[in-house]
Design a protein around this ligand. Structure first.
Ligand SMILES: Cc1cc2nc3c(=O)[nH]c(=O)nc-3n(C[C@H](O)[C@H](O)[C@H](O)COP(=O)(O)OP(=O)(O)OC[C@H]3O[C@@H](n4cnc5c(N)ncnc54)[C@H](O)[C@@H]3O)c2cc1C
Length: 458
């Protein structure tokens, strides 16, 4: 319960119309794309860094929990206000990006969606590669806080490879700037890198300086169907082992393909789908596509189809981006995991997931950024079915152990949030977790910034 004097101060900072306390509004900010929920006491919608700073300063003085929020598309419960208090929504911080073409960077407010930024820079002949499948809704602030990946990780890396600098409000309400607008900067500790992927637990990002690239002249899509996911995942290792670096290489198993077909009402074709994209000059695209074709035909006897006949590459990527909404129509609860292994271990990981599914009688659809070794095995279940949920829980724990066994990570791009908290020690160990908790305590001495996430401090 927030004190009336506290609320008055917050209203005085952002205006009463930007402090939402009615139940309907609080419910709208109580969840993300997982099934976790927790009601905030109030939702605040600042417009400027100064307002964010004053909100956080007041919250620090009164020890009120603060949870930063972008669009709420997160897949680990990160923006769910686990301990109540304030949700600070960045939805009004959406000014057009400042684009510096000669210096190849842009300065962006955190509430701008990824797709909007991409369109803004592309209209100037520039390119912002990170491309989460949720790009039409998710925000740059949320992308930085989660270190979002997406469909182009294989060639272009993830959000962390593009953040040159940040402006942020610390848990005590101070405004600091990290990094620089230059290609190089080694002045002091790399606070920027620490903040990327910190899931809103170390401060609120109020401005992001992002590195840009020249827009590639051409793109070409290719796709190939397989009878089973094992062969498709072997093909991924073969393609990459050959020296080919597609900008994207995505896998969708047969359950996923059928779900997307039903969702879009379009035929994609039977079997497991491997969908790739190459980019660069037209000559490079042609050469790379021929190379992929040769490998896939020679070793697997599979015909590779490409977009030469004038198929819009976006139509195929739309199918890939529709996977999650499509799967949610198959069962009341979809638990989407994010295991990532070294690419050469992909076939073994897929095999282990198959065995785990059989052992616990769970339905799992597999899709993901295969070129990054990043799979999203999605448990199709019903949270009301207690017996099944128990089996799903055991199966997930086993899958996490399998992934660590293979030298992988429990989360490639969705973060820890609430969802992966039980497994974080498995990867980081006791001492590794303790170091991170010390960092957290030193920056957030009262523990007000997105509490109840990443590490269990209770
Ligand atoms: C259909 C679908 C497809 C997806 N595909 C991908 C994908 O391909 N790749 C991928 O990586 N992810 C994907 N995601 C997950 C999600 O979209 C990303 O994690 C995204 O970065 C979250 O952005 P958001 O604005 O929705 O953040 P939110 O969900 O609102 O918040 C996410 C986290 O960031 C923190 N945060 C938000 N804004 C700020 C800020 N300004 N300062 C500090 N902390 C902040 C929050 O506290 C929270 O911990 C997908 C999700 C969906 C629903």
């Amino acid at each position: 319960m927030l004190k009336p004097t506290f609320i008055e101060k917050i209203r005085g900072t952002v205006g009463p119309e930007n402090v939402l306390m009615d139940e309907e509004s609080r419910v709208c900010y109580s969840f993300d794309a997982t099934s976790y929920t927790s009601l905030p006491d109030a939702v605040v919608r600042p417009k400027t860094t100064d307002e964010v700073s004053r909100i956080v300063t007041t919250s620090f003085e009164e020890s009120v929990p603060v949870t930063p929020r972008g669009a709420g598309t997160g897949l680990s419960g990160g923006s769910v206000p686990a301990k109540g208090g304030l949700v600070v929504s960045m939805e009004r911080m959406t000014a057009p990006a400042l684009i510096f073409k000669e210096d190849l960077y842009a300065v962006v407010e955190p509430g701008v969606t990824t797709e909007s930024l991409q369109k803004q820079v592309e209209s100037r002949g520039l390119f912002y590669p990170p491309d989460p499948a949720s790009r039409s809704a998710c925000t740059i602030g949320g992308n930085v806080a989660e270190c979002a990946g997406g469909l182009r990780g294989l060639k272009y890396g993830t959000t962390k490879n593009y953040v040159l600098g940040l402006e942020l409000v610390t848990p005590e309400g101070k405004v600091i700037r990290s990094g620089a607008r230059t290609v190089k900067s080694v002045a002091g500790y790399d606070v920027t890198r620490l903040m990327v992927g910190s899931e809103g637990t170390l401060g609120i990002i109020t401005s992001v300086t992002l590195r840009l690239l020249p827009l590639p002249a051409a793109r070409r899509v290719f796709w190939c169907r397989f009878d089973g996911i094992a062969a498709a995942s072997e093909a991924v290792a073969d393609l990459i082992g050959s020296g080919l670096v597609p900008s994207g290489l995505e896998i969708m198993d047969d359950k996923t393909v059928k779900a997307v077909e039903a969702y879009l009402g379009d035929e994609i074709g039977a079997g497991v789908l491997l969908l790739g994209e190459v980019d660069g000059s037209k000559a490079v695209c042609d050469e790379d596509t021929s190379k992929a074709l040769e490998i896939l035909e020679r070793k697997y006897g599979r015909e590779v189809e490409t977009d030469v006949e004038g198929i819009d590459p976006e139509a195929l990527w739309k199918a890939r981006r529709s996977v999650l909404p499509a799967l949610t129509r198959l069962s009341p609860t979809v638990i989407l995991e994010d295991v990532t292994v070294p690419r050469s271990k992909l076939p073994e990981m897929v095999e282990r997931i198959g065995k785990i599914s059989g052992r616990y009688g769970t339905r799992i659809a597999i899709f993901g950024h295969a070129g990054d070794g990043n799979l999203h095995p999605s448990f199709l279940t019903d949270k009301k079915n207690r017996d099944e949920m128990k089996r799903v829980g055991v199966a997930i724990a086993e899958m996490m152990r399998a992934c660590i066994d293979l030298g992988g990570t429990i989360s490639g791009e969705h973060g820890i949030g609430v969802d992966k908290m039980p497994y974080v020690k498995l990867e980081l160990g006791e001492a590794g977790c303790e170091i991170m908790k010390r960092v957290k305590r030193s920056l957030d001495p009262k523990g007000i910034m997105n509490p109840g996430k990443m590490f269990d401090e209770t």
